[in-house]
Design a binder for this molecule. Structure first.
Ligand SMILES: Cc1cc2nc3c(=O)[nH]c(=O)nc-3n(C[C@H](O)[C@H](O)[C@H](O)COP(=O)(O)OP(=O)(O)OC[C@H]3O[C@@H](n4cnc5c(N)ncnc54)[C@H](O)[C@@H]3O)c2cc1C
Length: 151
């Protein structure tokens, strides 16, 4: 998997659950960095409104998104977070937040679970996936150590 953002990590975990040996490569020294940045401004996970108005927010992409949300709905996301021991709450705006408002514990728990399921994450120091493909080994960051969020 090239890229250890939320999409890459989720795809890697899904593949590993099917018995596929997965290695995650990232240009940055650790995975999930943008995810950690989210917490700085108050990280919302999803929205609690009913599916129909929620889908309408996607405008012309509604028909593409409905398939995705059918497979993994906002409620399913909250249930998935519970498997990481992350509780969520609905804010006054209807947005859903982790109870502690922090991203780092969530990412740490997720990477810990991934490590236990025996797939590795490998981070490049040079920022290039092309170089990753030809270089034998890069700095390992298999042990979960996301950068701590200040908030
Ligand atoms: C300040 C901020 C606040 C946000 N707040 C929220 C929020 O509250 N709620 C919300 O839902 N979303 C929020 N977002 C958006 C959310 O962070 C993104 O939607 C999400 O991170 C996208 O995940 P991704 O996996 O698609 O991409 P990314 O998180 O960008 O991950 C891509 C990964 O690929 C790596 N990569 C890229 N190119 C290469 C390469 N050539 N070789 C190797 N690795 C590579 C990158 O280093 C990165 O780790 C926020 C974003 C920002 C910046």
């Amino acid at each position: 998997m090239i890229g250890g953002g939320l999409a890459g990590l989720m795809a890697a975990e899904a593949l590993a659950a099917q018995g596929v040996q997965v290695d995650v490569y990232d240009a940055m020294p650790s995975v999930g960095r943008k995810f950690l940045m989210r917490a700085k401004g108050g990280m919302n996970i999803t929205h609690s409104e009913p599916l129909e108005p929620f889908l309408d927010r996607y405008g012309r992409r509604r028909n593409q998104i409905v398939v995705l949300l059918d497979a993994f709905s906002p409620d399913a996301l909250r249930t998935w977070l519970k498997t990481l021991d992350v509780e969520t709450f609905v804010g006054s705006s209807g947005r859903v937040f982790p109870t502690d408002m922090k991203a780092a514990p969530m990412l740490r728990a997720w990477l810990h679970r991934c490590a236990k399921r025996a797939w590795g994450s490998t981070c490049a120091t040079n920022g290039s996936a092309g170089t990753l493909a030809t270089s034998a080994r890069h700095r390992r960051c298999a042990s979960p150590r996301p950068t701590a969020s200040k908030k």
